[in-house]
Design a protein around this ligand. Structure first.
Ligand SMILES: Nc1ncnc2c1ncn2[C@@H]1O[C@H](COP(=O)(O)OP(=O)(O)OP(=O)(O)O)[C@@H](O)[C@H]1O
Ligand SMILES: [Mg+2]
Length: 257
């Protein structure tokens, strides 16, 4: 599929001093970084680190309590139509597989003949064509995950946020989903994903962001990160050590509440 671009890129994405709080807790703490066009990014970190929240902040689904999220390439354009997101637990409409893709395109104002063409194309490319007329909710979990990707791909986003795209999938389904993500990327879409799976981060990312308790403790090229993270908590995470038992050193701002 071509023309994921729809004009000039909205990237780079700048986060400047971004914080988010809810329920009286600071959940994302003073994140400053730039996501450039090009590399695939994996956000990693333990459960509850704030990975999903960070993606939601980037995608504009929640507003920061402090700081700014700026699509520097947007230059006055609304960045929303250039992005899509696949959620950690995608929700399917109680309609057919085809209608699920069609509805997403209709929401974006894509005319009907074009919707038909794009829907057929993404179902073919994700291996779902044979399910086109089945109710989406009878699909297996792995098939629903592919449908969620197809739905997002049909929008031809410049930037695609993927929140744990293969959580609870078996190795075969994980492989299939990773192939779809590669194809989306090959068509020109910038991938920003979260994952628990370090193997997946090695396979799928050019750049790693390590989050811990709402702080971005490291952002590095994947090769450098996996050769040896600079941050000691990131090192422990890569070694597979659980982080929750670690005594909090009082001088380490990364672990302060
Ligand atoms: N709306 C909210 N109100 C209160 N707390 C929230 C809210 N959303 C998220 N949290 C809390 O923020 C923290 C970070 O949540 P988030 O879902 O981003 O973590 P995560 O890194 O994606 O974890 P996981 O690996 O389990 O998906 C968690 O402790 C969660 O309970
Ligand atoms: Mg999450």
């Amino acid at each position: 599929m071509t023309d994921a671009v729809n004009g000039a890129s909205i990237l780079p994405l700048d986060l400047a001093g971004v914080s988010f709080a809810a329920g009286g807790r600071r959940l994302i703490k003073d994140v400053t970084c730039t996501f450039e066009a090009g590399p695939r990014t994996a956000v990693i970190g333990p459960n509850g680190a704030g990975k999903s929240l960070l993606l939601r902040l980037c995608h504009g689904l929640i507003a920061p309590a402090a700081g700014r999220v700026v699509w520097r390439g947007a230059r006055g354009r609304d960045p929303a139509p250039f992005q899509a997101m696949v959620f950690q637990r995608p929700v399917m409409l109680r309609r057919s597989v085809t209608a699920n893709v069609d509805a997403a395109l209709a929401l974006r104002g894509v005319p009907r003949p074009e919707r038909r063409a794009r829907t057929a194309e993404v179902l073919e490319r994700t291996g779902l064509a044979r399910f086109a007329h089945q109710p989406a909710r009878v699909l297996s979990f792995g098939e629903q995950q592919k449908l969620a990707l197809a739905r997002a791909w049909a929008l031809r986003p410049q930037v695609l946020f993927l929140d744990e795209p293969t959580a609870s999938l078996d190795p075969a389904a994980t492989h299939a989903v990773e192939e779809i993500i590669d194809a989306i990327r090959g068509a020109g879409t910038r991938i920003l994903m979260t994952t628990h799976d370090l193997g997946q981060a090695r396979r799928m990312a050019d750049e790693i962001v390590f989050l811990h308790r709402g702080r971005m403790l490291e952002k590095a090229p994947a090769a450098d990160f996996f050769a040896g993270p600079r941050n000691d908590l990131a090192q422990a995470f890569v070694r597979g050590e659980l982080l929750w038992w670690r005594k909090r050193p009082s001088r380490d701002p990364a672990t302060e509440p």
